[in-house]
Design a protein around this ligand. Structure first.
Ligand SMILES: *[C@@H]1O[C@H](CO)[C@@H](O)[C@H](O)[C@H]1NC(C)=O
Ligand SMILES: *[C@@H]1O[C@H](CO)[C@@H](O)[C@H](O)[C@H]1NC(C)=O
Ligand SMILES: *[C@@H]1O[C@H](CO)[C@@H](O)[C@H](O)[C@H]1NC(C)=O
Ligand SMILES: *[C@@H]1O[C@H](CO)[C@@H](O)[C@H](O)[C@H]1NC(C)=O
Length: 581
């Protein structure tokens, strides 16, 4: 594979993303869901539905009907939905509650000559498959090649599935009740502890019978319902971040159907399901921050403004951390005009700015510029970039996390100080540890019974071994967790992408994409342990189409296509919440 730097401008032409897409897409999905749900519910489907919409699509071997629901650069998307029983693991006799259902909306991007569906999950928990396919589907398809239909869904409780997981009756109540300060473990724990008591009551009351069934093993079983609906026996799957917990859970529960399972940066399933406080999730977080300083000093001040402030990465780190400590004690007032003004706090910069940038190095150059200006006395750029509120539209993250794991008095110390003492060493493993303060008190207080019996095991034999992808330094899914999964799934192999970031989709590596393709198409596993280089540099500016100054040139046109798609994919990859496994 010959590579050299391509001088000048990228040759690939690409239309700018249509900003209207998002706006028209969602209402039309909604219309469709309502239609489908009504049709399914009243058993009118498909006859009467056909009358209203002549465009229903049916494919040989499938048991559901689809409808066009948008267009992605000339490729049409199609949507459908299925109903799944509230408890996938109960027999009908055991379970009178099984008259209730979740509705799981599906979306698919077809490939001309494909015969099989590849299921995607974007992570979270709580991230929407619809969002993923609408915004990134065409690029994922370019990376994967045209051999698969890309099929994804909003998991039970998530986004447009119904009922959606919620702890509050309406948005106003959420606005009033959901925010609790978690800045300092010692100072804020008493409030969080009291708040968590109410939270643990409001959630089950709001979700009623549905509350216990929003969890990962149920969703794994729902994926079988999806496969059955499209008449496919084998699971072909690519999950990112939390999507790797879903993938591991699926492979653990249904090894015989796990034909091509790819998990992309691993969350440790043993900790997720059985952990009480201890976790390795944050062990590399600060190393990614260290990488930010290191790469900044390497490129110097033309590309990283911060580099002019120091002569070494250690010195730069000290300067920035000292500055952060300063604004922690003395936040900065920013006044632009009488509509745009406010207080720039430590939390805004540290979590909305720095922590989010650890996930994806395309955010490094603007982060360096904003912090540089801030240190120089101009807080406006940082304020405009990071003073964003967190808009929550549901509690699927909490329901799934809490219902999956061990919660309540049988596992968690109920005393506030005892719990604090137990979790402090773990919170201290990272400069960002306070982000996870709240979830421990939520686990401590959660009383919803577990409705799954999934227990992670070692040495699971799947129909075909898993492909495990990891970056060398991931802020929340460290490489050690990839090794844990490697041991849990017999014959699985790890591809390590030698760089900083969260999931293969935030780095460009043609090598990694080729391993992915070889695995998905031919079932080919890489060698015992495989490392892939990253093809693009850090601290190069990316525009929204991913064009960068330091683009790599590949002789093979297919490689070049993959490379450009990866650059564009990473340029626009958004993790929807700062807390993202
Ligand atoms: C699909 O198959 C046809 C016939 O073999 C071929 O001409 C076409 O290029 C294929 N399309 C894609 C996207 O591979
Ligand atoms: C689904 O997610 C999108 C983007 O995150 C959001 O705009 C939309 O309101 C969500 N829908 C529901 C029903 O939560
Ligand atoms: C206030 O400042 C913002 C940000 O610079 C600008 O977009 C907005 O138009 C201004 N509003 C008024 C009323 O001047
Ligand atoms: C955790 O970090 C805090 C703040 O840096 C420090 O005061 C405390 O002693 C540390 N606790 C442990 C158990 O390491």
């Amino acid at each position: 594979m010959e590579k050299k730097l391509l001088p000048g401008v990228v040759t690939r032409k690409r239309e700018r993303r249509d900003p209207r897409l998002k706006n028209w897409a969602l209402p039309s999905i909604w219309t469709l869901f309502v239609l489908l749900i009504l049709c399914n519910h009243y058993n009118l489907y498909p006859k009467s539905c056909h009358r209203h919409s002549p465009k229903f699509l049916k494919y040989t071997g499938e048991h559901i009907t689809w409808e066009p629901c948008g267009d992605l650069y000339g490729k049409s998307l199609e949507c459908s939905s299925i109903e799944v029983p509230i408890d996938q693991f109960a027999t009908e006799k055991q379970n009178p509650i099984n008259s209730k259902n979740f509705v799981i909306p599906l979306i698919r991007l077809r490939s001309e000559n494909a015969t099989q569906n590849l299921l995607l999950n974007p992570g979270g928990p709580g991230a929407s498959g619809f969002e993923l396919l609408y915004h990134r589907g065409d690029l994922l398809q370019t990376i994967l090649g045209s051999g698969f239909h890309l099929l994804t869904f909003d998991p039970r409780g998530v986004n447009s599935s119904t009922p959606a997981a919620s702890c509050y009756l309406d948005a106003k109540t959420r606005q009033e009740q959901s925010h609790i300060r978690a800045r300092d473990a010692v100072v804020d724990s008493p409030d969080i502890y009291a708040w968590a008591h109410n939270f643990a009551k409001a959630c089950p009351e709001t979700m009623g019978d549905y509350a216990p069934y929003i969890n990962t093993p149920q969703t794994a079983a729902d994926m079988n319902s999806i496969l059955d609906a499209v008449g496919q026996k084998d699971m072909i799957y690519w999950g990112f971040s939390y999507g790797t917990l879903l993938g591991q859970t699926y492979a653990g529960l249904f090894p015989e159907r796990s034909k091509r399972v790819v998990i992309d940066v691993v969350a440790d399933q043993f900790v997720w399901y059985e952990g009480v406080g201890e976790s390795d999730a944050f062990i590399d977080t600060d190393k990614v921050l260290g990488g930010f300083f290191d790469e900044c000093m390497k490129v110097e001040a033309d590309s990283c403004a911060l580099a002019s402030l120091a002569t070494s990465k250690e010195e730069l780190s000290e300067i920035v951390l000292a500055f952060m400590d300063k604004i922690r004690h003395k936040p900065i007032d920013v006044y632009i005009n009488n509509t745009v003004y406010g207080i720039l706090t430590y939390e805004k910069v540290w979590y909305n700015g720095v922590f989010k940038a650890l996930y994806n190095s395309v955010r490094w150059p603007p982060l360096a510029q904003n912090i540089y200006s801030l240190i120089q006395g101009n807080a406006t750029p940082a304020f405009l970039a990071y003073n964003t509120g967190q808009e929550l539209n549901g509690e699927s993250y909490e329901f799934i996390t809490l219902n999956d794991g061990l919660t309540g008095p049988s596992y968690w110390l109920q005393d506030i100080d005892a719990l604090l003492a137990q979790i402090t060493p773990w919170l201290n493993t990272s400069l960002f540890g306070a982000l996870f303060l709240t979830i421990f008190y939520q686990k401590q207080q959660w009383r919803v019974p577990r409705t799954h019996l999934y227990v992670p095991r070692q040495g699971v034999e799947t129909a075909h071994p898993l492909l495990i992808m990891s970056t060398t330094y991931d802020p929340v899914c460290p490489l050690v967790s990839a090794r844990v999964a490697n041991e849990a799934f017999a014959g699985s192999r790890v591809v390590e992408i030698e760089g900083y970031g969260h999931c293969s989709v935030t780095l460009s590596s043609v090598c990694a994409a080729k391993h992915l393709r070889a695995f998905l198409y031919e079932g080919k596993l890489p060698g015992e342990y495989t490392r892939c280089k990253v093809d693009s540099a850090y601290f190069v500016s990316h525009d929204e189409t991913g064009r960068t100054a330091a683009q790599t040139y590949f002789e093979d046109p297919e490689d070049q296509k993959i490379h450009l798609a990866q650059l564009e994919l990473m340029a626009g990859w958004e993790f929807t919440r700062p807390i993202m496994w």
